[in-house]
Design a protein around this ligand. Structure first.
Ligand SMILES: [Zn+2]
Length: 93
């Protein structure tokens, strides 16, 4: 699942947004919004799981997010940070 999530995130455009109480959002069509007041890397994983498995409930996505985060090694976090940085666009929604 780690590899699947990272590969998916390579295809995504990221934007920062600030909305109180929201860590992230996705349009399920290749855009993910990350709130920089929250943990953006786990949020990117969370939104990727929503996109990859739109059939899952929020609770199931949260469980998978935890499982993926626990399996991530330092090199995977570095790769994820590089992916987000490379695909972070300036404009808001
Ligand atoms: Zn969610």
């Amino acid at each position: 699942m780690v590899r699947q999530v990272l590969n998916y995130l390579r295809t995504v455009r990221f934007y920062f947004f600030t909305k109180i109480g929201r860590a992230g959002e996705t349009d399920y069509e290749g855009k993910i919004w990350l709130n920089p007041n929250h943990d953006i890397l786990p949020t990117a994983i969370h939104e990727a799981i929503h996109c990859l498995r739109p059939d899952l409930t929020e609770e199931q996505v949260l469980k998978r997010e935890s499982a993926v985060c626990n399996r991530m090694r330092n090199k995977d976090w570095r790769e994820l940070l590089e992916i987000v940085t490379a695909n972070l666009k300036g404009a808001k929604k």
